[in-house]
Design a binder for this molecule. Sequence first.
Ligand code: DOR
Ligand code: ZN
Length: 436
Amino acid sequence: MKILIKGGRLIDPGNQIDDRMDIYIQNGKIRALQTASPRRSLKDLTEYIQIPADDLIVAPGLIDMHTHLREPGQEYKETILTGVQAAVAGGFGAVACMPNTQPVNDNQSVCAYILNKAREARLARVFPIGAISMGLAGESLSEFGEMKEYGAVGFSDDGHPVMNSQLMRRALEYAKAFGLPIISHCEDLNLSQNGVMNEGPTSTWLGLRGIPAAAEEVMVARDILLCQLTESRLHVAHVSTAGSVQIIREAKKRGLPVTAETAPHYLTMTEEAVVGFDTLTKVNPPLRTREDQQALLKGLKDGTIDAIASDHAPHSSLEKEVEFDRAASGMIGLETALPLTLQWVHKGALTWAQALAKFTVGPAGILGLEGWGRLRVEGPAHLTLIDPALEFEVDVQQFRSRSKNSPFHGQRLKGKAVLTMVDGRIVYNQLTPNLE
Ligand code: DOR
Ligand code: ZN
């Protein structure tokens, strides 16, 4: 099939392109990228299916580098199929999935299982992240080499910190041998113990136990010291505090191989959202303050934070419709991540190129995803088309995700992915449904 995406505003931050372009696609590859020309004769283009994109932004296929797909083991929350359905509807052509499944993804057979299911689904590409420690128990390292062979693109105990500094040191050294990053969930459990929201006047007032910003920051600092010791790549997951941003900024200034991500909910909500005891606002790390939010935005702008990732964490009503203290942490995000981030673009706090870089060239570079992150003639046609003016109301019942735990239900947002293409195949299309 030949497809021509005509006249869209291509924003490809990795190639510093922001221009109206015609994109020619054939056999899954980008055949040509040409400055859009309204005059070009259409005669010789008859064999192309044309997608008029004058009112759209075209971006390299978006990547969500931090997703929880829950399969194997918790298919009542999400399966690989429903997860990738949600991904492509959110504009993501690729997702990296965290290993806290049941069984844990700490070996080649779970990696292979995930990749098989993803291949069957033929929607978003799935890149597994292997566990740092066997069973996420924080005691012994899992087989990094074996998992890399079966497609792992990084290692993480996400959901749990690696409390043992010696194990973390060894993990960094071991990962270095394979050229893959360690993705750290930074939380000192002795400081966060039993906490359920950000520590501060609001937690005191609500009578909920707090998690201090320092619970995250001491581990960011420790991991950066270990990164310095081992000269191995460290990626800090879901950065939520101003202090973490500052520590990472300084580490980058010193030339250390550190990267970082934050999540859309830290950019758009604060601890104030917890006031009604809505368990949908419970997430780990917790929603923080306005000052933290401003620091995260600054970190995104100056390059301290390289990526925005959904931290899509599906939970059923069984885990959420309970007391705040007992509720599971996490919120779904695949179908809201882009529109939430775009709110800052509409307000002028981020440019389009800055926002899209965090979903494209940023994560592709961190995980080393060949063919992703930026467009290349003769490279795979992974693309996301975004309608910047499309206004909609978030309705979890319409979501592809099997879980509905979003605190954004009912909010009006502007800007949404309308077409997602992976390897030249249209895998999501709300633009011209007859093409699908
Ligand atoms: O809120 C969270 N939920 N934070 C994590 O680190 C893990 C995640 C989950 O797996 O539910
Ligand atoms: Zn985490």
